[in-house]
Ligand binder design. Structure first.
Ligand code: PXP
Length: 247
């Protein structure tokens, strides 16, 4: 039977465009509703410390207005934990965050940060949020996620998406091996970062991956094709890949 691969649409960069001019247009919550209509299984938003795109009010409105689950990406800080505990999002994805980075550059160091991260995982789980750890496809990190009690990992697939030729083959093997290890360790496996129409297929074919979170490419491509049809095209590429994997 073909497995169903969930699509989480990240709407951060609708807010980036809005914030370039101030005001309220384009509204990321409106984009989230279009994404729901187009078949998104969830909406992802990253509330960054510097509020460069998504705002606190966006999170409030998403919590109130969405009909699909909200996945809140957040750094492991007291400020973000307070906000998450107040909103109790369906899912919380812990990500590393550096002020000067353009985007989330690499995965969390769960091995080195175990003692710092463990209380965040526990408190988010206590309010019913499904906690995921955004990590590089690395076995030590996966084992640390299992030890810390996180039910989900999201593999950072940016290195695979950016790699070419031999390096891409190597990065793909890392992803496949990590997804298999996640399965063995009892961790639900998601993937995200840098996914495009060109890179989604092989990632979607990895049978242990059950959710993809995609943002920048979808919002950028929507300039040319419209948000609804861009999401529908991504959905159909995912469906084609999962059907191929199960054939
Ligand atoms: N997943 C996580 C944990 C992320 O931090 C991001 C970027 O905010 C994404 C997925 C989406 O990445 P992209 O915008 O490159 O599709």
């Amino acid at each position: 039977m073909t497995r169903y691969l969930r699509l989480g649409v990240n709407i951060d960069h609708v807010a980036t465009i809005r914030n370039a001019r101030g005001g309220g247009h384009p509204d990321p919550v409106k984009a989230a509703k279009v994404a729901e209509q187009a078949g998104a299984d969830g909406i992802t938003a990253h509330l960054r410390e510097d509020r460069r795109h998504i705002s606190d009010d966006d999170i409030t409105r998403l919590t109130e207005e969405l009909t699909v689950p909200l996945n809140l990406e957040m750094a492991a800080t007291d400020e973000m934990l307070d906000i998450a505990l107040r909103h109790k999002p369906h899912a919380a994805c812990l990500v590393p965050e550096k002020r000067e980075e353009v985007t989330t550059e690499g995965g969390l160091d769960v091995v080195g940060g175990h003692n710092h991260l463990a209380p965040y995982v526990r408190q988010l789980a206590e309010v019913g949020s499904r906690v995921s750890m955004f990590i590089d496809p690395d076995i030590d990190q996966l084992e640390a996620c299992a030890q810390i009690g996180a039910p989900v990992v999201e593999l950072h697939v940016g290195a695979y998406c950016e790699a070419r030729q031999v390096e891409r083959v190597r990065e793909f093997e890392r992803l496949r091996t990590a997804a298999e290890a996640a399965d063995r360790l009892g961790l639900e496996c998601h993937a995200g970062h840098g996914i495009t129409f060109d890179t989604v297929g092989p990632i979607a074919e990895i049978t242990n991956v059950v959710e993809l979170n995609i943002g920048h490419f979808l919002i950028g491509e929507a300039i040319f094709g419209g948000l609804e049809s861009t999401i529908k095209r991504m959905r159909s590429l995912m469906d084609r890949a999962t059907a191929k994997a199960s054939a």
